[in-house]
Design a protein around this ligand. Sequence first.
Ligand SMILES: [Fe+2]
Length: 199
Amino acid sequence: MGIVALQVSRAERQRGYIPYTRRPINWHTDGYYNGPDERIRAMVLHCVRPAEDGGVNQLLDPEIAYIRLRDRDPAHIKALMHPEAMTIPENREPDGTLRPVSIGPVFSIDPDGSLVMRYTARTRSISWRDTPETTAAVRALTEILNGDDPMMLTVRMKAGQGVLCNNVLHNRTGFDPDASAESRRLLFRVRFHNRVKGS
Ligand SMILES: [Fe+2]
Protein backbone atom coordinates (compact mmCIF):
# COMPACT_ATOMS: atom_id res chain seq x y z
CA MET A 1 0.00 0.00 0.00
CA GLY A 2 1.15 3.53 -0.65
CA ILE A 3 2.56 6.10 1.70
CA VAL A 4 0.14 8.98 2.27
CA ALA A 5 1.36 12.42 3.31
CA LEU A 6 -0.97 13.97 5.87
CA GLN A 7 -0.68 17.74 5.81
CA VAL A 8 -2.93 20.75 5.47
CA SER A 9 -3.98 20.75 1.85
CA ARG A 10 -6.07 22.86 -0.46
CA ALA A 11 -5.90 20.26 -3.24
CA GLU A 12 -9.27 19.52 -4.82
CA ARG A 13 -8.98 15.79 -4.26
CA GLN A 14 -8.41 16.22 -0.54
CA ARG A 15 -10.74 19.15 0.16
CA GLY A 16 -13.38 18.10 2.63
CA TYR A 17 -11.30 15.37 4.23
CA ILE A 18 -10.63 16.23 7.85
CA PRO A 19 -7.15 14.59 7.91
CA TYR A 20 -5.97 17.31 5.52
CA THR A 21 -7.24 20.15 7.69
CA ARG A 22 -6.18 21.57 11.06
CA ARG A 23 -9.35 20.35 12.70
CA PRO A 24 -9.52 17.77 15.49
CA ILE A 25 -10.33 14.17 14.55
CA ASN A 26 -12.53 12.15 16.86
CA TRP A 27 -11.81 8.58 17.99
CA HIS A 28 -11.68 5.98 15.22
CA THR A 29 -9.80 3.05 13.81
CA ASP A 30 -8.46 3.51 10.29
CA GLY A 31 -10.51 2.19 7.40
CA TYR A 32 -13.75 1.81 9.38
CA TYR A 33 -15.61 2.50 6.10
CA ASN A 34 -13.85 -0.33 4.26
CA GLY A 35 -15.56 -3.56 3.29
CA PRO A 36 -14.89 -6.82 5.14
CA ASP A 37 -12.20 -7.87 2.66
CA GLU A 38 -10.31 -4.62 3.14
CA ARG A 39 -10.02 -4.39 6.90
CA ILE A 40 -7.06 -2.34 8.09
CA ARG A 41 -5.24 -4.37 10.72
CA ALA A 42 -2.07 -2.35 11.15
CA MET A 43 -0.74 1.09 10.39
CA VAL A 44 2.23 3.37 10.75
CA LEU A 45 2.19 7.07 11.51
CA HIS A 46 5.54 8.79 11.13
CA CYS A 47 6.04 12.40 12.10
CA VAL A 48 8.28 14.35 9.73
CA ARG A 49 7.44 17.77 11.22
CA PRO A 50 5.15 18.35 14.22
CA ALA A 51 2.68 21.20 14.46
CA GLU A 52 3.81 24.39 16.19
CA ASP A 53 0.81 24.05 18.45
CA GLY A 54 -1.42 21.02 19.12
CA GLY A 55 -1.74 17.94 16.93
CA VAL A 56 -1.72 15.62 19.94
CA ASN A 57 -2.81 12.00 19.51
CA GLN A 58 -4.49 9.76 22.05
CA LEU A 59 -4.22 6.01 21.53
CA LEU A 60 -6.14 3.11 23.06
CA ASP A 61 -5.62 -0.55 22.28
CA PRO A 62 -8.92 -2.09 21.08
CA GLU A 63 -8.31 -5.03 23.41
CA ILE A 64 -8.49 -2.62 26.36
CA ALA A 65 -11.71 -1.10 25.02
CA TYR A 66 -13.09 -4.64 24.62
CA ILE A 67 -12.15 -5.59 28.20
CA ARG A 68 -13.60 -2.38 29.67
CA LEU A 69 -16.87 -2.93 27.79
CA ARG A 70 -17.09 -6.58 28.79
CA ASP A 71 -16.42 -5.67 32.43
CA ARG A 72 -19.31 -3.21 32.32
CA ASP A 73 -21.71 -5.65 30.63
CA PRO A 74 -21.00 -8.63 28.34
CA ALA A 75 -24.15 -7.62 26.43
CA HIS A 76 -22.17 -4.64 25.07
CA ILE A 77 -19.78 -7.03 23.37
CA LYS A 78 -22.61 -9.09 21.94
CA ALA A 79 -24.26 -5.95 20.54
CA LEU A 80 -21.05 -4.66 18.97
CA MET A 81 -20.19 -8.05 17.43
CA HIS A 82 -23.50 -8.14 15.59
CA PRO A 83 -22.81 -8.28 11.82
CA GLU A 84 -25.06 -5.25 11.26
CA ALA A 85 -23.99 -3.20 14.27
CA MET A 86 -22.53 -0.25 12.35
CA THR A 87 -23.41 1.05 8.90
CA ILE A 88 -21.46 3.70 7.01
CA PRO A 89 -23.60 4.73 4.04
CA GLU A 90 -22.22 4.92 0.53
CA ASN A 91 -20.50 8.18 -0.21
CA ARG A 92 -19.59 10.14 -3.31
CA GLU A 93 -15.94 11.06 -2.87
CA PRO A 94 -14.65 14.49 -3.87
CA ASP A 95 -12.83 12.82 -6.78
CA GLY A 96 -16.15 11.47 -8.07
CA THR A 97 -15.75 7.81 -7.15
CA LEU A 98 -18.47 6.10 -5.18
CA ARG A 99 -17.48 4.39 -1.95
CA PRO A 100 -19.99 1.58 -1.31
CA VAL A 101 -21.99 1.17 1.86
CA SER A 102 -20.08 -0.60 4.65
CA ILE A 103 -22.13 -2.74 7.05
CA GLY A 104 -20.44 -4.77 9.73
CA PRO A 105 -19.56 -5.37 13.34
CA VAL A 106 -17.44 -3.16 15.56
CA PHE A 107 -15.57 -6.12 17.04
CA SER A 108 -14.70 -9.21 15.05
CA ILE A 109 -12.28 -12.08 15.57
CA ASP A 110 -9.84 -13.13 12.88
CA PRO A 111 -9.25 -16.84 12.19
CA ASP A 112 -5.97 -16.58 14.12
CA GLY A 113 -7.91 -15.40 17.18
CA SER A 114 -6.87 -11.75 17.05
CA LEU A 115 -9.35 -8.97 17.67
CA VAL A 116 -10.23 -6.51 14.91
CA MET A 117 -12.03 -3.26 15.67
CA ARG A 118 -13.96 -1.09 13.24
CA TYR A 119 -15.19 2.10 14.85
CA THR A 120 -15.77 5.79 14.44
CA ALA A 121 -17.12 8.24 17.00
CA ARG A 122 -18.55 10.37 14.20
CA THR A 123 -22.25 11.06 14.50
CA ARG A 124 -23.00 12.10 10.91
CA SER A 125 -23.08 9.69 7.96
CA ILE A 126 -23.30 6.67 10.21
CA SER A 127 -26.18 4.56 11.44
CA TRP A 128 -26.11 2.21 14.35
CA ARG A 129 -28.31 -0.88 14.58
CA ASP A 130 -31.54 0.34 16.08
CA THR A 131 -31.79 -1.73 19.26
CA PRO A 132 -31.58 -0.67 22.93
CA GLU A 133 -28.59 -3.00 23.37
CA THR A 134 -26.64 -1.32 20.57
CA THR A 135 -27.47 2.16 21.85
CA ALA A 136 -26.31 1.21 25.34
CA ALA A 137 -23.10 -0.35 24.05
CA VAL A 138 -22.22 2.67 21.91
CA ARG A 139 -22.89 4.97 24.84
CA ALA A 140 -20.64 2.89 27.10
CA LEU A 141 -17.85 2.92 24.53
CA THR A 142 -18.18 6.70 24.17
CA GLU A 143 -17.85 7.07 27.94
CA ILE A 144 -14.75 4.87 27.99
CA LEU A 145 -13.10 6.85 25.18
CA ASN A 146 -13.95 10.17 26.80
CA GLY A 147 -12.66 8.97 30.16
CA ASP A 148 -9.11 8.88 31.43
CA ASP A 149 -8.34 5.18 31.24
CA PRO A 150 -4.86 4.50 32.67
CA MET A 151 -4.04 2.43 29.56
CA MET A 152 -4.79 5.36 27.25
CA LEU A 153 -1.66 6.96 25.78
CA THR A 154 -1.28 10.63 24.91
CA VAL A 155 1.53 11.44 22.50
CA ARG A 156 2.71 14.55 20.73
CA MET A 157 5.09 13.08 18.21
CA LYS A 158 8.34 14.90 17.59
CA ALA A 159 10.15 14.92 14.26
CA GLY A 160 11.41 11.42 13.55
CA GLN A 161 9.03 9.73 15.97
CA GLY A 162 6.20 7.45 14.96
CA VAL A 163 3.63 4.85 15.90
CA LEU A 164 3.53 1.31 14.54
CA CYS A 165 0.43 -0.50 15.76
CA ASN A 166 -2.34 -2.97 15.04
CA ASN A 167 -4.70 -0.14 14.06
CA VAL A 168 -5.41 1.05 17.57
CA LEU A 169 -8.16 3.51 18.42
CA HIS A 170 -6.83 7.02 17.99
CA ASN A 171 -7.84 10.64 17.78
CA ARG A 172 -6.10 13.97 17.13
CA THR A 173 -6.46 17.43 18.57
CA GLY A 174 -6.63 20.41 16.24
CA PHE A 175 -3.40 22.23 15.54
CA ASP A 176 -1.82 25.49 14.37
CA PRO A 177 -5.08 27.43 14.74
CA ASP A 178 -3.82 30.63 13.10
CA ALA A 179 -5.20 30.07 9.58
CA SER A 180 -3.26 33.05 8.23
CA ALA A 181 0.00 31.20 8.90
CA GLU A 182 1.08 28.09 7.05
CA SER A 183 1.11 24.86 9.04
CA ARG A 184 4.22 22.79 8.48
CA ARG A 185 2.91 19.68 10.22
CA LEU A 186 3.66 16.63 8.08
CA LEU A 187 2.96 13.02 8.93
CA PHE A 188 3.33 9.96 6.72
CA ARG A 189 0.80 7.19 7.04
CA VAL A 190 0.88 3.61 5.77
CA ARG A 191 -1.98 1.15 6.23
CA PHE A 192 -1.79 -2.64 6.08
CA HIS A 193 -4.36 -5.40 5.73
CA ASN A 194 -2.38 -7.75 7.96
CA ARG A 195 -1.32 -7.44 11.58
CA VAL A 196 2.18 -6.74 12.77
CA LYS A 197 3.76 -10.18 12.61
CA GLY A 198 4.34 -11.82 15.98
CA SER A 199 2.30 -9.30 17.92
FE1 LIG B 1 -6.63 7.60 11.61
